[in-house]
Design a protein around this ligand. Sequence first.
Ligand code: ATP
Length: 895
Amino acid sequence: MAATAWHQLTADECAQQLQSPLPGLRSAEAAARLRHFGPNQLQEAPARPWWRLLLSQLSDFMILVLLAAATVAGWVGEWLDTLAIVAIVLLNAIIGVVQEYRAERAVRALRQLVAVNAKVYRDGQLQTLASTMLVPGDRVLLESGAAVPADLRLVQVAQLRIDESTLTGESVPIDKIAEALMSPDGRAIALAERLNLAFKGSWVVNGRAIGIVVATGMQTELGHVARLLQTHETLTTPLQRRLAGFGRRLALLVLMICALLFLFGIARGEAPVLMFLTAVSLAVAAIPEALPAVVTVALALGARRMVKVNALIRKLPAVETLGSVTCICSDKTGTLTENRMQVVKAYPVAANPSVAGLPISLHSLAVAHGANEAPPLILTLALNNDAILADTESSTRGRSASGDPMEIALLAAVQAAGWSVTALQQHWPRIAEWPFDAVRKRMTTLHRCDTTGQQWLLCKGAPESVLTCCALPATEVDALLAEAQHMAEQGLRVLAVAGRPLPADVSLNTHVLPAASAIETGLQCFGLIGLQDPPRADVPAAIAACRRAGIQPRMITGDHPTTARAIARQIGLLAETADTDEPDSTVLTGAALAAMPVHERAAAIERTLIFARVTPAQKIEIVQYLQASGQLVAMTGDGVNDAPALQGADIGVAMGRRGTDVAREAAHMVLLDDRFATIVAAVAEGRRIYDNIRKFVRFVMAGNTGEILLLLLAPLFGMPLPLLPIQILWVNLITDGLPGLAFAAEPAERNVMQRPPRPPAESLLARGLWQHVLWVGALIAGLSLLVQAIAGGSPAHQQTLVFTVLTLCQLWHAQAIRSEYDSLWRRGFTSNRSMLIAVLAALAMHAVAIHSVWGNQLFHTVPLSASEWLLCLGLSALVWPAIEIEKVLRRVHDR
Ligand code: ATP
């Protein structure tokens, strides 16, 4: 099938060859084809096998040195040591593999959630299906912003322009056609010139079309090019890159210290092999080579948790950036409002174009005449409309309708007025159209009555846009605009409806209305329509939460400034008392922005909370100005024109329900429920995750510092080696490892949304972290040295006590730093169950290491008495109050 030259066939030939009937395939036939052709998806490269992951864990240079040193040690001394070290290193590597596997799985799962849907005709109805379900012969509807889901032969095209840059690299969108193509000289037509085909992986920039699927999955042109989709994208975030650089410098320092330790030991007459092993073990334990990996895991698992609050992360670094957002620029419709539109006002202009009367209801137009006698206002609402109602005439709202909620509301109003939408649409088929776009702000269609041959050109859109096409005296235009303003003050979205009969001899031979044609002039205005869209109930609270968190919400809308301001007042974005007499004082319109001298724009944008009637291009401008003034901007968008603004924003937020595929592809984050409050929840989650990464770093680095200081200082004080290599590795694996993992589950700080955003360039070590690492490290080393000093007895006895105090200190430390601000008491010991389990498990394993026979052999420990345990517990517990004092100081300082 792949060899057929679809572009050379006419639409009918193509439909015949693919057995693609006009109302779409029947479900049973589609299912059979799906079984035959397989799902419409590109094959992914297989995941890395576990042994590869393991090998990459073990190939770390320091691990290799350690294994070599252990082998040498086994050769000259005890094989048990070698075995124990190898076992611990292996265990460590296995944990690493599990972590990486979890992260990879989480990232894969996230990718699958971003599934693309397609609109397809099946069983005579337009349905939305996962694009993987498409089969050859399916008839697919393409709309502005949609991803082309398979290779299609276009059979009906209106103003269709497609961006094929992902496939061909050509960045200029291509105008598509539906006619068959023949090369005059009989040579093959190049892929890029097959204008009647749309290829999987490209994007609809503009217009609408219907196409028949000619190839799916790996049979598509994209499939031929891609062969296998490389899914192992490198997952580095700015934080990871900073950490990797920091880790390298730290590693160098640690290596130098370990070399020093080795030399000290030799000078003091310790066995060289033991000292070498000790130095290498310390290096392995103290070099935080796993930091970047831990960050990936934290971010990936965090992203997975965010799905539960309906925020789908598409680009992992966004999790990190979210915590720094200072400004959220949000759409109005659907994000701040419910997107449950309803026609609540109609202001018909009588046939004699006087606008004197009071607004009357559409019901007054309810005349039980035939469909070809419907008043033009009704005709326009019913016909100049892409929404689709299900067959049952009564089910005008809710699930049975599909399309733009505003257009669904218009159809509902028509039905409520007693007209049959289906009958009207059947009598007046659409023969040409000029689809809606956000710049023109209107939509025009041409219809021909199937019985009389009469033609109507119908148009609806923003009043200022539509009225410019109308033949009306200025006074009437003013009166209509005043009425529109009046409706907008009540928070209504206002549409003007217009049109004119077209002589039957004027015919367009394509489905396309010629752009810039004179056809859209001299229209009669049929009236105004006011639609209500209630604000979402949770928005005022979310806006207040933003403000407490130092984040400024802004509204950017294509709607009328007065409507925007009325809604802003209802949701608390503007104070209720904001001056109404000065209509546009708090709203900046796109036109005003464009007219403003460039040097004044930055300041004006920064002061403005509401932008209305802005074009998509101005959205980018607003983002750029805000960014230049130091803001970190989250920006929502749903249309195809929003993609550049979404990409340019620090966090581009697309809508999962009503957004276009293009917007979703460009975004960093997708709101699965389209709600503004979800952005705020995601910011809180982002802040929590960053806090927890910091807590992890704080924990591991303070512990490592303690171990280094301990091993370095003991010989300086004339004490024997305080810890054996195997003990160092054990502490690294169990005492640091287990609680370290549990930080990811730490709940958010109480004040997480009551403090200003973190400056994006702030170092991970800022806000007292490195000071904490140093003093806690010193404290842990000091307490361990103290117990060694008072212990006496054999070296094994001393080492067991030091081993125990060091372990207990780390466990206390883990609990104490679970909050940066609140005392452990206030936070509660059980509020992070994973941490409690990790600490208890580490404690139990330590007890086994010193109280079992094989533990004594493996770790060279001796059992401790009850009083010695008490001593160790008492000493190590000092870490807790010390850290509580630090928190008190921090609270005082913050106040
Ligand atoms: P919001 O922020 O409220 O989501 P938006 O930026 O999505 O607004 P657009 O969809 O660009 O706004 O609409 C701008 C104006 O264009 C609307 O106020 C309305 O007057 C008009 N309009 C919107 N959709 C249509 C349509 N399908 N047909 C005709 N006119 C429309």
